[in-house]
Design a protein around this ligand. Sequence first.
Ligand code: HMG
Ligand code: MG
Length: 283
Amino acid sequence: MKFPKSVTIKEVGPRDGLQNEKAVITARDKIDWINKLSKSGLSYIEITSFVNPKWIPALADCYEVATSIEKQPGVTYAALVPNQKGLEKALSANVDEVSVFMSASETHNKKNINKSIEETYPILNNVVSEAINEGKTTRGYVSTVFGCPYEGEVNVEDVMKVSEKLFEMGISELSLGDTIGIATPNQVQVLLEQFLKRFPEDKIALHFHDTRGMAIANIYASLQMGMTTFDSSLGGLGGCPYAPGASGNVATDDVLYMLHGMGIETNINEKKSQRQPLLLKLP
Ligand code: HMG
Ligand code: MG
């Protein structure tokens, strides 16, 4: 079996990990955590979201966090942006990468960003083109790729359509989200087979939540298909508040354990990216 020699891990803990947290975590603790992560060898950290704080109160301190971290050379600091208002704030905070997001299923899209899929395209199109004009790289997330908490099964064609639209806007990478953590390895491989006919492997990342303990198996199945970019969250924190039943992201520490054990390089120092004291404060 042929596996990739190296893999890129994108740490989404400070955003996806914290967005659903009920415990109050101060901006100072978030900043200290991101600063520690920045010295672990990670090349990419999603630090926050410039969304409406009424929708995601846990990240209301997005501007303070983004402007107070000590940026390290070689690390990309990304943030989620849903619309023009979020973009303006993200640009003024000088994030490196702007990540837009939408769902492959209509109901989750509506519940998550209060728009239909068709209404979302022009909004994200403007965000992506303006971000690129401002010299930022852009990433696009598609949620509910393997199933929707409201609609159940999601067709590969629907995922493909949203993905194509995002690439047409100019995103440099697409992240395929198993928002509620229901994918199984064979399902992942069937979807990737379709995707790899249409898009290059190095433009696609996988974003697995771990509701049923399938995430590591799904990463293994993706590695078998030659995939080399995965999103994960330290300690397995995370979940979308608008996706009932969703649990945390796959844990960065577990992914590193598997990859390093398999002789696949990540450049990340496992000791420095281990669960850190901040996490002990969580319930
Ligand atoms: P809306 O209510 O439709 O927005 O929300 P609106 O444009 O009608 O404006 C209403 C109010 O919101 C106005 O304020 C705006 O100024 C304000 P008011 O005049 O009433 O005082 N507003 C904003 N404030 C701050 N930042 C902004 C912003 N935009 C408008 N950017 C909106 C639409 C998209 C803003 C809202 O639905 C929202 O914030 N949703 C975010 C939901 C979210 O963050 N979900 C979690 C992330 S997605 C995820 O986790 C999945 C992923 O991990 C992949 C996977 O796992 O599948 C990425
Ligand atoms: Mg997620």
